[in-house]
Design a protein around this ligand. Structure first.
Ligand code: TYM
Length: 340
């Protein structure tokens, strides 16, 4: 494979209610990758993906700005990373059209997210929801991104991204798009509901007690952790001892991810504890970490003009990367007339 600049891309939907799963499974790891300084980093709000299901226009605009505030509050620095809203960088949608013509219907039909979201009512789902993964591949490949940090639920979409890159390269006889590596690592790639350890923590769960929102204050966080479902046994001193105890395992994973320790280190500290002793420690740690982020988010939200300036600047920087990659793609495909 050709040599590609080490570059990270990742994104999140601006559909409201950011939660601890988004923070630990994605944002916190994006910040670590930014700070490591080994890769260029591009982080995106994917509003074009959000509208694959109905979004009230005012709410979408507010959620996009809120998400931008969330990224910055979590530690993404708009100088060191490129921070963008997807629709402001038109090359994403332009490359997605080319990929709509590379990807096969059968590939899309196999996507579990499509099956879950469209359900039995597929005939009534938007065409955009079906084509969603081709736009996601375009998001990544329009930067020739080499690494994509995500939670576990995005794995299948990243495999499809590689399939699209391979088929494009093969069909046109080029070595143009990289085979991007998913980065799904750490204790929190799948944060579970606080009420049911078999379900993912999610904004669509009707119970607010099932998740810690990034905007929850310290009292709300402590209350949710106190009421989190557990079992009557004390904590074991080894991680394997949590097999068959999904709620306990989830809380241990959350503690490890929040404190930046391995699960084994956490187990050696908390082994033998009852939940009555463990939960207040976790609540304190969660409130210490999440509280300031929520407060900083609301402070940033007070200056929308500044958020809009940051996004406009991000789009400008992004297009320095995406415009030449799209122009070259068009040339490979045989499209003329753009003057490129
Ligand atoms: P979205 O908006 O559903 O989620 C954003 C990120 O948060 C992670 N995540 C979780 N991680 C751990 N535990 C959880 N309970 C949890 N819930 C959510 C997700 O895995 C994801 O990393 N299709 C993507 C957005 C997207 C994208 C991209 C991502 C569009 N284009 C290109 C990467 C690269 C999505 O809907 O994520």
């Amino acid at each position: 494979m050709a040599d590609f600049t080490p570059r990270v891309f990742s994104g999140m939907q601006p559909s409201g209610d950011l939660h601890l799963g988004n923070y630990l499974g994605a944002m916190k790891r994006w910040v670590d990758m930014q700070n490591a300084g080994t890769h260029e980093t591009v982080y995106c709000m994917v509003d074009l993906h959000a509208i694959t299901v109905w979004q009230d226009p005012k709410a979408l605009a507010a959620a996009t700005r809120e998400l931008c505030a969330g990224y910055i509050a979590a530690g993404i620095d708009p100088e060191r990373s490129i921070l963008i809203n997807q629709s402001a960088v038109p090359e994403h949608a332009q490359l997605a059209w080319v990929f709509n013509c590379v990807a096969r219907m059968g590939w899309m039909q196999r996507m579990t997210q499509w099956k879950d979201k469209a359900g039995k009512n597929a005939q009534n789902a938007s065409l955009g929801l079906f084509a969603y993964p081709a736009l996601m591949a375009a998001d990544i490949l329009v930067y020739h991104a080499t690494h994509v940090p995500v939670g576990d639920d995005q794995k299948q979409h990243l495999e499809l991204t590689r399939d699209i890159a391979i088929k494009f390269n093969h069909d046109f006889g080029v070595d143009f798009f990289p085979e991007t590596e998913p980065v799904i690592e750490g204790a929190a790639t799948r944060v579970m509901s606080l009420r049911d350890g078999s379900k993912k923590m999610s904004k669509s769960d009707p119970s607010d007690m099932s998740r810690i929102n990034m905007t929850d204050d310290a009292d709300a966080i402590a209350n949710k952790i106190r009421k989190a479902r557990t079992d009557p046994e004390p904590l074991p001193s080894e991680y394997v001892g949590l097999a068959g105890r999904p709620e306990a395992r989830n809380l241990v994973n959350i503690m490890a991810a929040l404190s930046g320790r391995s699960v084994d280190q956490v187990m050696s500290d908390v082994g033998g504890m009852q939940f009555g002793q463990f939960k207040p420690q976790l609540a304190e740690l969660a409130a210490e970490t999440m509280g300031p982020i929520g407060a900083e988010m609301s402070r940033l939200m007070d200056d929308q003009a500044e958020i809009d300036r940051i996004l406009a600047r991000g789009a400008e920087r992004a297009r320095e990367i995406t415009a030449p990659i799209l122009a070259k793609t068009y040339e490979i495909v045989g499209m003329v007339g753009s003057g490129a």
